[in-house]
Design a binder for this molecule. Structure first.
Ligand code: COA
Length: 333
């Protein structure tokens, strides 16, 4: 695991604004009980999920990401023209290429921006912020737009009851800009590639037909839920402790902890190990399920909208997922 503490009155970075988008179609636990042998009671008790959103057949990750970025710019002092780099964290791009980032750059008319997709599964938002923080703090870029978007329901196996109950579709975005001192105080990243077989997908494109109309078979997700669960609890607890150590704070100093919303029981177990009270966590699991890289911006945006997170609050964001990879940041909102 590499880590970095970012302190002092040097140029750093801050999150200027966040935006989100969720598709309108709701898939409830009762709906899933008609597809596989499960119950609302089992899903709520074992995962904390009540419902999730499903993208329309003709709605893809680039559409969700574009909508989340548009939402962000309604709350931001900056405009799309100010963006110098678009990073999209996604594991469900429309196509192998062109990238989702390039499609969003075009649709928002970001004339001065570079564009790149980042493949870090459910840790994509945290990895994107880690990289954006480095680029902005170093003075290489002034404004980096980090978007996390997924259409996991297009690659979910709806005959596998142990995985199809978990996933949903959404997108979230954050604009990273310079600040002196920076408000991102520490970050950590890590990878356990040996765990790759516990959570994987072989296909890349989510569209059945390519741009020229050829038939493609999207790979479905496969997972060993128990192994991922065990790894996540151990890894995130260790990563959060490392973040707090790097930033010189304790659990008492954390106003809000926003781990990736994969399963409410993972969050509870991490809280038990790190000493962060569960009451200080924010999650998007109940209404949206596991939306992979998008869960953290969804919970962050809701926390701001509900007047829970205030400017100056100390917040930990922690993403983890297939790879197996993880990344976290400790920042002042
Ligand atoms: N409804 C009812 N029963 C189900 C079920 C469902 N949807 N899914 C699994 N079960 C059954 C299993 O078949 C098993 O039955 P058995 O004991 O007769 O074999 C039993 O429930 C327990 O299975 P287990 O896999 O131990 O359940 P669990 O408590 O670990 O919960 C997950 C399964 C998938 C919810 C859980 O392992 C999990 O959330 N793992 C992490 C996955 C994750 O977060 N992935 C993304 C990471 S980014």
């Amino acid at each position: 695991m590499t880590s970095a503490a970012h302190r002092g009155a040097h140029r750093g970075a801050r999150l200027e604004a966040v935006g989100t988008y969720v598709p309108s179609k709701v898939l409830t636990n009762a709906d899933l009980a008609k597809l596989v042998d499960t119950t609302d009671e089992w899903i709520v008790r074992r995962t904390g999920i009540r419902e999730r959103r499903v993208a329309a057949p003709d709605e893809f990750t680039s559409d969700l990401c574009t909508a989340a970025a548009r939402d962000l710019f309604t709350r931001s002092g900056s405009s799309p023209d100010d963006v110098e780099l678009v990073i999209v964290g996604t594991t469900t791009p429309d196509y192998a290429f062109p990238s989702v980032a390039s499609q969003v750059q075009d649709r928002l008319g970001m004339r001065h921006a570079g564009a790149v997709d980042l493949q870090a599964t459910c840790a994509g938002f945290a990895y994107g912020l880690h990289i954006a923080n480095g680029l902005v703090s170093a003075g290489i870029h002034e404004r980096v737009l980090v978007i996390a978007g997924e259409t996991l329901t297009k690659v979910t196996d709806y005959t596998d009851r142990a995985s199809c109950i978990l996933f949903g579709d959404a997108a979230g975005a954050a604009l990273v800009e310079p600040a002196t001192p920076g408000s991102i105080r520490a970050s950590v990243v890590g990878s356990h590639g040996e765990g790759g077989p516990h959570l994987y997908r072989t296909g890349l494109s989510c569209r059945i037909a390519g741009p020229a109309g050829a038939e493609l078979a999207p790979g479905l997700m496969r997972q060993n839920g128990r192994e991922v669960y065990r790894w996540a609890v151990e890894t995130v607890a260790a990563g959060v402790s490392r973040l707090m150590e790097r930033a010189g704070v304790t659990g008492d100093d954390i106003d809000w902890f926003i781990p990736h919303s994969a399963n409410i029981r993972i969050t509870e177990a991490v809280c038990e190990r790190t000493g962060i009270p569960i009451a200080r966590t924010l999650s998007s699991i109940e209404c949206y399920g596991n939306t992979s890289a998008a869960t953290i911006p969804l919970a962050l945006a809701a926390g701001i909208a509900e007047d829970k997170i205030h400017r100056g609050d100390t917040v930990i964001l922690y993403g983890f997922g297939g790879g197996l990879v993880h990344a976290g940041l400790l920042l002042e909102w």
